[in-house]
Write a protein that binds this ligand. Structure first.
Ligand SMILES: NC(=O)c1ccc[n+]([C@@H]2O[C@H](COP(=O)([O-])OP(=O)(O)OC[C@H]3O[C@@H](n4cnc5c(N)ncnc54)[C@H](OP(=O)(O)O)[C@@H]3O)[C@@H](O)[C@H]2O)c1
Length: 270
């Protein structure tokens, strides 16, 4: 695959997308677009083409990622409108529906994605939803690109608020858990660096066990719990806490917020 790609918005997430493409050895030309010169300097060092002109970059590309804040979407879409006919346009903006995107670029083949910051290390979970005019061949391209960022799954667009709340924001929640485990390590006398690396790697390994062995988390829990052993002592303590309910509530509130932001910004309006 060597389509020319423009990434409009080379901030936190746009930068992560570019990095994952480069790390995967993507063969086609990549152009980073941003209005912040220092962002472009960073991208230039990575060896990609840079510009401050979204329309020119879109015109010169086959696939366009739009990775600006939801508030900036309308401006960018209006700007690139005439350069999108028949092209794949991949919107990364949280809360912005495909219908809103299509209103400004009706001749594009639009895809909405929700990655997470794991894309920086090619470990994103990315959900994607496609406009009906995205063909099976286009979807193969989208999947190939998203797999360079981690793993991906096609979902019905109605799940995007929930996905945003769970995996989009998830690195925030898991960082709290890793931090808490690190402090637990300090509490039982581990040096700081060992407490941190053992906590982070344990979270990573548990996720890999669930995904690669396709095991239910309860099975993993069972695998490490011996009768009368150490793990059951810890699980007994955890089950007396509100940890499960706290996580459910956190994700539920984030999903509600995603919906509220969309309504507030008027993305639902016809
Ligand atoms: N960060 C995440 O973990 C994450 C996860 C999933 C989805 N997303 C989505 O990704 C999008 C970007 O988020 P982010 O965290 O990467 O934001 P960010 O770091 O602020 O990056 C956005 C970049 O786009 C630039 N920009 C604004 N208007 C532009 C225009 N007209 N043309 C070119 N560049 C323009 C911004 O410049 P200024 O700073 O001057 O505005 C900024 O450098 C958001 O819609 C967000 O919902 C983010």
């Amino acid at each position: 695959m060597n389509d020319k790609i423009a990434v409009v918005g080379a901030g936190m997430m746009g930068g992560a997308i570019i990095k994952s493409l480069i790390k995967s050895g993507y063969k086609g030309k990549i152009t980073a677009v941003d209005i912040q010169p220092e962002r472009l300097q960073e991208q230039e060092k990575l060896g990609v083409a840079v510009t401050t002109d979204p329309r020119k970059a879109a015109g010169d590309s086959d696939i366009i990622f739009i990775v600006v804040k939801p508030n900036d979407m309308e401006k960018v879409l209006k700007n690139i409108n005439h350069e999108t006919k028949g092209k794949l346009v991949i919107s990364v903006a949280a809360t912005v529906p495909l219908k809103f995107v299509k209103k400004f670029i009706p001749e594009a083949k639009a895809v909405r994605i929700m990655p997470n910051v794991g894309a920086l290390v090619q470990a994103s979970y990315t959900a994607y939803s496609c406009d009906p005019n995205v063909t099976a061949k286009d979807k193969e391209k989208v999947k190939a690109l998203l797999n360079m960022m981690g793993i991906c799954e096609e979902v019905d667009e109605k799940y995007m608020d929930a996905i945003t709340a769970l995996s989009g924001s998830g690195p925030g929640y898991l960082s709290i858990i890793i931090e808490a485990l690190m402090y637990a390590g300090l509490k039982v006398g581990l040096p700081r660096n060992i407490a941190l690396s053992s906590s982070a790697q344990t979270v990573l390994g548990t996720g890999k066990l669930v995904i690669e062995l396709q095991e239910h988390p309860a099975k993993i829990k069972d695998m490490v719990t011996t009768p009368g052993g150490t793990t059951i002592e810890a699980i007994y303590e955890l089950e007396g806490s509100q940890i499960r309910q706290s996580l459910m509530r956190a994700v539920e509130e984030a999903a509600k917020k995603s919906q509220q932001i969309r309504e507030k910004l008027g993305f639902n309006a016809e």
